[in-house]
Design a protein around this ligand. Structure first.
Ligand code: C2O
Length: 595
């Protein structure tokens, strides 16, 4: 763990470092290549023979499953029931649930074209730089503008056309496709463990196409470094008028060079965290830090929960990184318009170049998460690793990619410029004044009950406060390493016709009473508006949940580790939200071996 974290922290895109990354790239080439041919269930000729161009043995998936099981022991669960997400039948694209585009976001291709398995072209290592740095690099900016201008000038039905590329996001977020073999389970790339890898591929192809359009094989998209005070305002590279990178459909109050972004932003009356200036910077850094600290032992808390083919699972929890990213979408989307286009609505978000820099940073934070975990694989599960997606590549081919091939960014031949990670160290204690129960005075204690068994609708004006029993108090260090204490808010129902948000705080009770201070911020639930045409009613009742790790958090709350119960406060911020229950459980931490 120490070596890779120090590689991460010491590595700048100097030539020495690039050599180091290139060496590690070669070393990290996975020992297996998995056949992703159509119908890989059929016996294949030549399985196990070296593949000429790579020298690595080619295995079919069944061997792979046996191989993984043999190498890593009987990893819990569904090894035997291989059920990875597969691409949809492209001939069956239908009207999307996206009133913003009249539901029209199907691509100009139908999948009758030949589908090729994609190999990552071995370019020089491409370095994605921070948006607030590239603004001073006029050569780079000229290239970036030129590439996007060319993309916008392509014929409207060219798959590389700017709006066609944006539609790809709509197709996979707004139900344009059903999963193969189903008629009502959409292919959805948000809200689960698919979120990060699918967007990594989306960025990869977008970037490669831009590079192709200007004949620059090393072109990269810049990242919006919002986890660093230097990048915590709107990236001004997208704000130059008359630039192809400009989009008027943004929150004009936020896109100014001196307005700090607020990761607790939501539309409506209680727009932000209530903090300004340095306190807002601290609040944002604290949010990022807690997200890492509390989800390092359990990737599903960071990346999203398991979702397998054919599942229209209720109660899948998004990872906290996705939640944070939702707030950024909202912060850019105009608050006053019906659908908050472009960035505030998934169907149109990728029509704003800001989208790709937001996602670059999300992707970068995943890369950092992986390094901080000693490069361990997040889910040693074939249903994740063998999921496949289709994209149009930089050679205009329809290509198939496998999720497991992108989990190590080295293999895609790019890396991120190293910038300081101010949230990694110790941060100043958060100011509490905005998280206090205003109905009670500083000294008063309130009786707070348990959640009970009936669902509760959150009252926008009154935080919901409950006491929740813990399975075990005063746990030893070794116990904490084995099991993560996880807070679950379950059976969350939201109206998808508006954006919703609530924030969660944890405090130590005084006996059965709660003090006026809500305590430490633990995490948030955030959903973008996701207006659904005639399916709206059905979708409205789809339930979801929020899971937050507590081990680290409780160390920072006086008396919490030795308390039998905790006071959990849900502060409603926007939307129409009902919650079905709150509990705390101990969950085995992830112990998968380094891949
Ligand atoms: Cu597919 Cu930022 O969302």
């Amino acid at each position: 763990m120490a070596t890779s974290a120090s590689l991460l922290l010491s590595c700048t895109p100097s030539s020495a470092c690039l050599r180091q990354r290139e060496r590690s790239h070669r070393r990290d080439v996975a020992p297996f290549r998995v056949s992703c041919r159509k119908g890989s269930g059929e016996p294949r000729q030549g399985a196990g023979k070296p593949r000429p161009e790579s020298g690595a043995p080619l295995l079919d998936r069944r061997d792979m499953i046996i191989g993984l099981g043999g190498l890593y022991g009987a990893a819990a669960g569904p090894m035997a029931l291989a059920n990875p997400i597969v691409p949809p039948d492209l001939t069956k694209c239908k009207t999307a649930e996206a009133p913003t585009l009249d539901g029209k976001c199907c691509p100009p291709y139908t999948g009758t074209e030949t589908i090729v398995d994609y190999d990552f072209p071995a370019t020089a290592i491409r370095v994605r730089r921070a948006a607030h740095h590239v603004i001073d690099d006029e050569d780079y900016m000229a290239k970036y503008r030129e590439a996007v201008r060319k993309m916008k000038e392509l014929p409207a039905d060219h798959p590389w056309n700017y709006y066609q590329q944006a539609n790809v996001h709509c197709q996979y977020c707004n139900d344009a496709y059903d999963q193969q073999g189903t008629t009502d389970v959409p292919v959805q790339v948000h809200y689960s463990w698919i979120f990060l890898p699918w967007h990594r591929y989306y960025l990869h192809f977008y970037e490669r196409i831009l590079g192709k359009l200007i004949g620059d094989d090393t072109f990269t998209i810049p990242f919006w470094n919002f986890d660093n005070p230097a990048g915590m305002t709107y990236p001004q590279i997208f704000q130059e008028l008359n630039s192809p990178l400009y989009d008027p459909e943004r929150d004009q109050a936020h896109v100014k060079p001196d307005v700090l972004m607020d990761l607790k932003y939501t539309y409506g009356k209680t727009a932000g965290s209530g903090f300004v200036g340095q306190e807002l910077i601290n609040s944002n850094l604290d949010y990022i830090k807690k997200t890492f600290d509390n989800s390092l032992p359990l990737p599903e808390l960071f990346m999203g929960e398991q979702l397998r083919a054919g599942e229209l699972k209720e109660n899948v929890s998004s990872g906290q990184l996705e939640v944070i990213h939702n707030s950024v979408h909202m912060w850019v989307g105009p608050p006053e318009t019906t659908y908050h286009v472009n960035m505030g609505n998934f169907s149109t978000a990728a029509r704003d170049s800001t989208f790709f820099s937001l996602h670059c940073n999300v992707d970068r934070l995943w890369d950092i998460y992986r390094h901080l975990r000693g490069n361990r694989l997040e889910f040693n599960d074939p249903d994740w690793l063998d999921s496949t997606f289709l994209f149009i590549d930089e050679n205009e081919r329809l290509v198939r990619v496998k999720l497991g091939d992108c989990v190590d960014a080295n293999r895609l031949w790019y890396m991120y410029e190293q910038v300081s990670l101010p949230w990694l160290g110790k941060l100043p204690k958060q100011k509490k004044s905005e998280t206090t129960d205003k109905a009670t005075t500083q000294l008063s204690l309130t009786r707070v009950g348990e959640f009970g068994s009936a669902p509760q609708k959150l009252d926008p004006n009154t935080p919901l406060r409950v006491v929740v029993s813990r399975p075990k108090k005063s746990r030893k260090k070794s116990e904490k390493e084995e099991k993560l204490e996880v807070l679950t808010i379950k059976d969350i129902e939201v109206s998808l016709s508006e954006a919703s948000r609530f924030d969660v705080y944890i405090a130590t009770p005084y006996g059965d009473l709660a003090g006026p201070d809500f305590g430490e911020f633990a995490g948030s639930f955030v959903r973008l508006q996701h207006m659904m045409g005639d399916k709206l009613l059905k979708k409205m009742v789809k339930k979801t949940k929020l899971k937050l790790g507590l081990n680290k958090l409780l160390e920072d709350i006086e008396g919490a580790e030795d308390a039998e119960k905790l006071v959990v406060t849900l502060v409603p911020r926007s939307g129409d939200v009902t919650v079905g229950g709150v509990n705390i459980k101990l969950v085995e931490t992830d112990t998968s071996t380094t891949f």
